[in-house]
Design a protein around this ligand. Structure first.
Ligand code: ATP
Length: 295
């Protein structure tokens, strides 16, 4: 019907007085890899549960491939990896994956999925004897064994060490290259920076930024301008573009949304030395975006 793999329109979901998702609208075209970023409690897991049809929204509309989520799930077009749980104990990895594969119309061969998730050597291990990182890889295998068009991963690398994380993203790149749509939540900003085509930042259930990594950095635009200044430096905080400042000895760090204007104003003031400009990174942008309403 349309090219969207998933679409949320004005979705709201509350738990008692907590509004976990607050009027969220988001469309992801097919083939895109999207990172969902947000601080703890921002509403990422709830958003994922709503879009998978696991939780009904209080209001708003959710569609996957143009239809209700349940429909896409029933057709085997969606694979999901929850943050925790999802593993039946007392069975082996092979038994579990064979069981899950049976729920899909066209599952991938077991050996292929074991290799993709790098759990071939664990195939005869009981699921309740796995380490946290191994269980995480088995959950990933469960998400992809049905060869779904849309893969939704809630903090997929949370329990993985650095090497396992790198291998995980290598496998994900193959899936993205095959045209799969991927939505993942993460707290690792460098993963979003490196592996997502698009980053969606949510805070308190609301969308606060949506764009490429470069766009988000520009949007939050907290370039740091450092200068040497002595005495009363409060006036520096009133210069064009300056959002806030930190004083470290005789160095003043000006966090600016318009570094050009800040630097020109500094030059005109003529009372400062050793100007140094450092572009914002994604972490700066993330902190600025998600801290904005509390300052
Ligand atoms: N089942 C529930 N009952 C009550 N409150 C809930 C429930 N699930 C989530 N919440 C609340 O909704 C808000 C959003 O939670 P959610 O788990 O979606 O955030 P998150 O962005 O995934 O957080 P984290 O990064 O910590 O995993 C939080 O305030 C949380 O306490």
């Amino acid at each position: 019907m349309d090219d969207a793999a998933l679409s949320l329109t004005s979705v709201t979901k509350s738990f008692g007085s907590v509004r976990a998702v607050d009027g969220l609208t988001l469309t992801v075209p097919r083939g895109q890899t999207v990172a969902l970023l947000g601080p703890n409690g921002a509403g990422k897991s709830t958003t994922i549960a709503v879009l998978l049809g696991l939780l009904p929204p209080d209001s708003g509309e959710v569609t996957l491939f143009g239809g209700p989520p349940e429909h896409a799930v029933r057709l085997g077009r969606v694979g999901a990896m929850p943050q925790v749980g999802g593993l039946i104990s007392r069975v082996t990895v092979r038994e579990l994956l064979t069981f899950v594969a049976g729920a899909y119309p066209r599952p991938l061969p077991l050996d292929h999925v074991l290799a993709l998730a790098r759990i071939t050597e664990l195939r005869d291990r009981r699921v309740d004897r796995l380490s946290g990182g191994q269980a995480q890889r088995v959950r990933f295998a469960m998400a992809v064994i049905g060869d779904p068009d849309l893969i939704v991963l809630d903090e997929p690398t949370a329990a993985l060490d650095a090497g396992a994380r790198r291998r995980f993203w290598h496998g994900m790149r193959d899936l993205a290259d095959q045209g799969k749509t991927i939505l993942f939540s993460t707290h690792y900003l460098e993963e979003a920076d490196e592996h997502a085509d698009r980053i969606v930042v949510i805070d308190r259930g609301r969308l606060v930024a949506d764009g490429t990594s470069a766009e988000i950095k520009r949007m939050a635009a907290l370039t740091t301008v450092r200068v040497t200044a002595r005495g009363d430096v409060a006036w520096l905080g009133t210069l064009p573009g300056v959002r806030h400042l930190e004083v470290q000895g005789d160095r003043v760090h000006l966090h600016s949304s318009d570094p050009d204007a800040t630097v020109v104003a500094l030059a005109q003031a003529g009372a400062v030395r050793d100007i140094e400009v450092t572009p914002a990174d994604l972490e700066d942008a993330f902190i600025a975006l998600t801290a904005k309403e509390t300052v």
